[in-house]
Design a protein around this ligand. Structure first.
Ligand code: GDG
Length: 724
């Protein structure tokens, strides 16, 4: 197999320089580029992305060729596309929304149109270099539609998506006018990665509320495809940051920085210019420190690097002006002839200067309002080869989930930040070392290679388990075998569950009446004298009688409490008491009273608490309460408590579909058994039946059944295939 990996991101990991009409490409040293270099530089793997400049059409072929030597493939974007798709949709819609700055969002229709067409452009470029067995890894929020587009062209390919910024809660995400399309796009992936488990939770709950998907912990199932959502906290090239302080040029920089600052402690702050980074709040906290604790005047110095970014966007421009003003004002008020409270730089620096600052700073102050991960905090930790220094870290940064030994602050609480600075300035060396040593171990272990390997390994795993599931899909591989066995059999028994199996799942339990097609299908099955058709359901026997009374079929109702075999009358299991029902019903009513949309259904030997129509989430919460509060009482009364599809059923332990199915088979010489069911209660049938039976679960969640079908439509397809 010659499968390769294709990385796709908005930007290629190179800088292009045009000099004397000649293009030169300088590989980027950023963390992502370094981490992924092992992937895209090996074999015939490739990285697809925008080269970062506007290349005139007549020179595009030349750029394609030059980049191909670096295993890179360009997507050429026009200035207008950059304005609308990148600056517009990515940075003025997704960025503010995902960082909870909802008032900054600008829902321009033209941005969205461009986002769609540019994602298509990336797909077209990817298709040019892609084979259907390739592994694709899409990076970040600029390309949320790409997995979906690629999936529609190559349904079998392996696609991963990683979101580098936070994923907001459903309440925020739902504000986006094009929310479903965005989610559908990402759901084209097999694996979706985020930095933190909180992002995972938000994505799963958002998807289950906005799309017709089902979730089972961190797996989302859409039709017959399952998508895994997982946290992969990104790391840095820790070794590089550990080694830098030993380089002669960095040592020199460190000496220069220390000169004349023997009694001054450096506080370091490094960010891209962005309103999510909490720069102004940080400045205010620093101002509070100087105001309220004058003992630190001339004892501390804030080194603040703000890397220029997006400053053509109004909000960024205004943020820059506010920072300029604040710093100028504060310095003017507090500076002395030989001390400057803030050393502010609006520019970027080479990595060796950054390293010297990381090495010299007594405190690194990282206080974003929201941050997917924040790599600066990890870079500071990795640079502290003496194990000293203090990291002050916002709880809103993904990194705070790993770097728990930092001084964690709420970036909105200026007092909290100020106190953390004081604590950091006064922290005894032993405590600094203890905290730093433990953080350094984490940063070293969970480095960027670890992140890449974890993601790729999981992506392969997800694909393998999907493939093994495919072999159980009864419509493909196994259908012919079932049909053939059916044909050759002399006496057949078909156990057919009703809701979710023969019909779709309906919000209203009385709305699930059989339609004409289903009645025709059942009639065709029944008319073959070799067939015993058994409708085996949890429904009340009266309901089945109403719906199918005219049908000469076998019934097992209420999970086996009632049965009616062909030509006979309804009978119920002997000696079952239902005295427990009053007590349990009273208790269940207390949950119904607190859960609009829920209700209790009473059957002869069971009670069912239904919550299909309750608010999403609230129903599950109550169901969990019921299970944990009533489990012991139920067992005492000889009841089985069964959580099903939006229901919880209390029923007599004696009653279950498995026993009922075996009772039915007793004394028969059946040589073909087919059992179809979608629910928890059908698992009893699957486990009770002999090994030779064809057991088929409807829905591809885990089951004791040997095979599965996607939905009731596939069930009907299979049954029609038998009679035809
Ligand atoms: C996004 C998410 C997530 C900074 N100044 C200079 C410079 N840098 C480097 C830092 C660091 C990188 O830039 C910034 O990374 P962050 O993670 O802090 O922030 P974003 O750029 O917003 O990144 C973020 C990240 O994606 C990865 O998934 O952590 O949450 O927002 O590496 O060192 N590098 C140089 N000169 C500078 O002046 N050379």
């Amino acid at each position: 197999m010659n499968e390769k990996t294709i990385i796709v991101s908005n930007r290629l990991p190179v800088r292009i320089i045009e000099k004397d009409n000649e293009y030169t490409f300088i590989p980027s040293e950023g963390g992502l580029a370094t981490g992924l270099s092992g992937v895209y530089k090996s074999g015939n793997s490739i990285w697809v992305g925008w080269p970062g400049i506007d290349v005139p059409e007549e020179r595009q072929q030349e750029v394609i060729e030059k980049l191909s030597h670096l295993n890179l493939y360009p997507v050429f974007l026009t200035q207008e596309e950059i304005n609308l798709y990148y600056e517009g949709f990515s940075n003025e819609v997704l960025w503010p929304i995902f960082h909870y700055m909802i008032t900054y969002a600008n829902f321009e229709q033209s941005y969205w149109e461009s986002y769609k067409s540019v994602n298509q452009k990336f797909a077209d470029a990817t298709k040019k270099v892609m084979d259907q067995d390739d592994r694709i890894w899409v990076q970040d929020y600029q390309l949320m539609l790409l997995p979906g587009i690629l999936r529609s062209v190559h349904p079998k390919s392996t696609i991963g998506f990683f979101n580098h910024i936070p994923f907001p809660s459903y309440e925020i995400f739902r504000l986006i006018p094009w929310r479903e399309e965005l989610l559908q796009g990402v759901m084209g992936s097999d694996l979706i990665g985020f930095h933190t488990y909180d992002d995972v939770r938000h994505f799963v709950s958002t998807a289950t509320r906005l799309l017709p998907v089902k979730s089972s912990s961190n797996v989302l199932v859409e039709n017959d495809r399952s998508v895994v959502i997982e946290a992969f906290p990104m790391g840095i090239d820790a070794e590089k940051f550990e080694n830098l302080p030993n380089q002669p040029d960095v040592k020199e920089e460190i000496e220069l920085l220390k000169q004349g600052r023997e009694n001054i402690k450096l506080i370091l702050s490094i960010d891209r210019l962005d309103y999510s980074k909490g720069i102004l709040e940080r400045l205010r906290a620093y101002e509070m420190l100087l105001q309220q604790n004058p003992e630190y005047l001339e004892k501390v110095e804030l080194y603040m690097i703000v890397v220029p970014s997006r400053d053509s966007v109004a909000q960024y421009k205004s943020l820059r002006e506010q920072i300029d003003q604040f710093v100028g004002n504060l310095n003017a008020r507090y500076r002395t002839l030989n001390w400057n409270p803030i050393n502010y730089f609006y520019r970027s620096f080479p990595i060796n200067v950054l390293s010297s600052l990381f090495s010299t700073a007594a405190i690194c102050l990282v206080t974003p309002m929201r941050d997917g991960m924040n790599l600066v905090s990890k870079e500071y930790v990795a640079s502290r080869v003496q194990n000293d220094g203090v990291l002050i870290l916002s709880e809103m940064a993904g990194a705070s989930k790993e770097l728990t030994e930092a001084l964690i602050v709420n970036p909105n609480n200026l007092n909290d930040i100020k106190n953390a600075i004081i604590k950091g300035l006064e922290m005894p060396l032993a405590e600094q070392q203890e905290r730093m040593t433990s953080m350094r171990a984490i940063v070293a272990k969970f480095n960027v290679n670890h992140w890449v390997n974890n993601f790729i390994t999981k992506l392969n795993e997800v694909k393998e388990s999907q493939n093994s599931l495919k072999t159980k899909h009864a419509i493909n591989s196994i259908r012919e075998k079932i049909v053939e066995n059916y044909k050759n059999a002399n006496e057949r028994t078909l156990f057919l569950d009703y809701d979710g199996t023969l019909v779709g799942f309906s919000g209203d339990i009385d709305q699930a009446t059989p339609n004409e097609e289903l009645l025709n299908l059942l009639n065709s099955l029944i008319s073959d004298p070799k067939n015993n058709v058994v409708i085996i359901s949890g429904r009340r026997h009266e309901t089945l009688q109403n719906w199918f009374g005219d049908l000469d079929v076998n019934f097992i109702a209420e999970h086996g409490a009632w049965q009616k075999y062909r030509g006979n009358n309804w009978t119920s299991l002997p000696l079952l008491t239902s005295a427990w029902k009053r007590e349990i019903k009273t208790l269940l009513d207390t949950y119904t009273d607190r859960t609009p949309g829920s209700f209790v259904e009473e059957k002869s030997y069971s009670l069912v608490w239904h919550y299909r129509k309750a608010e999403a989430g609230l129903g599950d919460l109550r169901a969990n309460e019921i299970v944990s509060n009533l489990r012991v009482l139920a067992a005492d009364k000889g009841l089985k408590l069964m959580p099903g599809n939006k229901v919880i059923e209390f029923k007599n332990m004696e009653v279950n579909k498995g026993k009922a199915a075996l009772n039915y088979l007793h004394g028969k010489t059946t040589d073909f058994i087919l059992a179809l069911g979608d629910d928890y209660t059908d698992e009893d049938i699957f486990t009770a039946l002999p090994q030779t039976a064809f057991t088929v679960k409807v829905g591809n969640t885990s089951s004791a059944a040997k095979y599965y079908l996607v939905d009731y439509k596939e069930v009907r397809q299979l049954l029609w295939a038998l009679v035809e």
